[in-house]
Design a protein. Structure first.
Length: 620
């Protein structure tokens, strides 16, 4: 075998591996929400977990990829170890799909339509279609489908190149002797395991074996041990991904290894034990791509069917190998575990986990505002300390999410996923600021308590109207963000405008009370701090809503968009503001409130009410 044929062989292998990786990534992106739905349906039902594992592997075309994903999910606390074992078993079944697709290369017929079933002939057609779509179509879903076609075409071209480069090896005595040595089950298993460990894909190593079978000198007695070894070699990827992970993730990786080791041992004992007493003809025939696919499927399906009933025992064995430590038993769940770097290999899942944690961060900031309102009614020192921890936690969420989202932004994402990522990157800063202003409200409430002063019942009634408008704005914004709901996002800006109007009215009333001498300076400062915090929180809600609309509708920048929305000619917007103005009306002054005559002109006609008795100095 000369230099140029070796170069062709290596080039074919490179194309084969690249095609498989490109096809798998495109399949993952194309499946999108389907993949999230499949993983979201996991239950403790072991058989369902096996089916789900097979389905995910069939989608992403990599049992190693599925297992690494599972290790990440276990490490982040999303998936229980027992569920993970079922998924890992299913992954071994799902990976057999690839070998069956590649086995079609062995089709031989003179019939036109049957020949079209051969990948060597229909792959170029898929490649042409894929290239046309990639060049001229902008839709993400169609481009991902095109990526699947192109990846498959490259894979098949690489496999065909390898097969043609290796055919002359059939006459090479050294090569023949090498495969005779692989008939020894121990050597064959080691060879298969090493090959798969190096390329980190059992599907790819089976494909290489199928390409080698084109030489016509690979017998089933050599192919069977190599296939068994390939299932052991694929465990290396999961084992490497578990390094540095929590012990539960290490248990998932060791179960993967135990499962394949047990299956290999049972298969070797069964097949070679029988062969000691009975001649097995199929072990001595020349291997073909389809016969390799059959053995690969029989091993994985039978191994899974046998050991699925022993999942609880495998779980216990994993705990024996990696015992539960006292620190592990006492360790509380860390919410940031869901941001596992192993999930970055499947950006769709990583993005979903980021969205879930972002939702939690926003809800935490909202709860801080709600608790600040409770502090106004009853200053509880225990609640104060709890809110101080909440505010610090929001800062931690911002740091953790920001770093993880930056890692995600460096990966290949669809346009839709990039939009989702952009919204989160910007929104977490607004969440943090909402929490900060919520904390300002807490400090204002604590100052009231420390100075033993209170707002009047009338001022509290005014403030309650404003707080109700703020709460509705926060809830509307949360729904818009969590659901990416543009209809909800469009309702936020009229609400924010209403809060601004209310703020102006409350400030005007406050100034008049100061001039009338019915409000102390101390209370005035606290009142101003409270209104400023409320206004700033609503501003950040507006930022989030506008960002969602910009990303979804490809609109202009935020300032230009808000300018157009708030124009007097925008009848829809003005109608919504009028509706909210009716909904959030400030209470009228009581009949006995003593406002000086010279101040009544500063109120609008509907705001001017009869007078009330002058309140105490320490009330607004």
């Amino acid at each position: 075998m000369d230099f140029f044929r070796i170069l062709t062989l290596i080039g074919g292998l490179a194309l084969f591996l690249y095609g498989m990786d490109f096809m798998g990534n495109s399949l993952t992106s194309w499946s999108g929400k389907r993949l999230k739905t499949i993983l979201g349906n996991l239950t403790s039902n072991r058989y369902k977990a096996v089916l789900l594992g097979a389905a995910v592997t069939a989608i992403i075309q990599s049992s190693s990829g599925t297992t690494v994903m599972v290790v990440g999910l276990v490490n982040s606390g999303i998936m229980a170890l027992r569920d993970a074992i079922g998924v890992i078993m299913g992954a071994n079944v799902g990976t057999t799909i690839t070998s069956w697709i590649l086995s079609l290369t062995g089709i031989e017929s003179t019939n036109f339509f049957i020949r079209l079933l051969k990948p060597t002939y229909f792959a170029p057609i898929l490649g042409i279609i894929g290239i046309v779509f990639l060049l001229f179509v902008k839709n993400d879903r169609w481009r991902n489908l095109a990526g699947i076609f192109v990846g498959f075409a490259i894979l098949i071209f690489g496999m065909d190149t390898m097969s043609n480069a290796m055919k002359p090896l059939a006459a090479n005595p050294d090569f023949q002797n090498l495969f005779l040595k692989f008939s020894n089950p121990i050597l064959g298993i080691i060879a298969g395991a090493v090959l798969t460990a190096v390329i980190q894909s059992s599907s790819a190593s089976v494909g290489i074996l199928q390409a080698l079978s084109a030489t016509g000198i690979v017998t089933m007695s050599a192919a069977v041990p190599i296939i068994l070894g390939q299932n052991i070699g694929t465990c290396v990827t999961a084992a490497l991904s578990s390094l540095g992970a929590q012990r539960n993730a290490k248990r998932a990786a060791v179960v993967h290894l135990l499962f394949n080791l047990m299956g290999t041992l049972l298969f070797v004992v069964l097949v070679y034990g029988i062969e000691l007493f009975v001649y097995l003809p199929f072990m001595h025939v020349i291997a073909a791509p389809v016969s390799i696919a059959i053995v690969h499927s029989i091993f994985n399906v039978s191994n899974t069917a046998l050991l699925v009933n022993f999942i609880p025992h495998l779980e216990r064995l994993a705990f024996i190998i990696f015992p539960e430590t006292e620190e592990e038993r006492q360790m509380k769940f860390d919410p940031f575990q869901v941001l596992d770097d192993r999930l970055l290999d499947t950006p769709t899942i990583a993005l979903q986990q980021s969205q879930s944690l972002s939702n939690d961060m926003f809800r935490m900031a909202i709860n801080l505002v709600h608790n600040a309102e409770d502090m106004l009614r009853s200053c509880d020192i225990g609640l104060y300390k709890k809110m101080k921890r909440q505010e610090a936690n929001v800062d931690r969420y911002e740091d953790a999410l920001g770093n993880y989202l930056l890692k995600l932004s460096a990966l290949k994402l669809t346009d839709t996923e990039n939009q989702q990522l952009t919204i989160m990157l910007h929104a977490i800063g607004d969440f943090e600021r909402i929490a900060d202003h919520g904390w300002s409200m807490v400090l204002a409430a604590k100052e009231l308590n420390d100075k033993k002063i209170t707002f009047s019942s009338y001022a509290n009634a005014e403030l309650n109207v404003q707080l109700q408008a703020l709460n509705d704005t926060l809830e509307m914004t949360y729904q818009a963000f969590a659901e990416n709901n543009t209809d909800k996002a469009r309702l936020v800006e009229p609400l924010e405008e209403t809060i601004d109007i209310l703020n102006n009215q409350l400030k005007e009333r406050h100034v008049q009370r100061l001039k009338a001498g019915v409000c102390s300076i101390d209370l005035g400062f606290i009142w101003a701090d409270m209104l400023t915090a409320i206004e700033r929180i609503s501003d950040h809600c507006s930022n989030i809503a506008v960002l969602i609309l910009e990303m979804e509708e490809r609109q202009m920048g935020a300032h230009q968009y808000l300018h157009l929305v708030k124009k007097k000619s925008n009848v829809e917007f003005q109608d919504k503001v009028a509706h909210y103005a009716d909904l959030y009306q400030l209470p009228p002054r009581p009949d006995n409130y003593p406002w000086p005559e010279f101040m009544e002109d500063s109120f609008t006609e509907d705001q001017v009410q009869t007078k009330e008795k002058r309140p105490a100095k320490d009330s607004v």
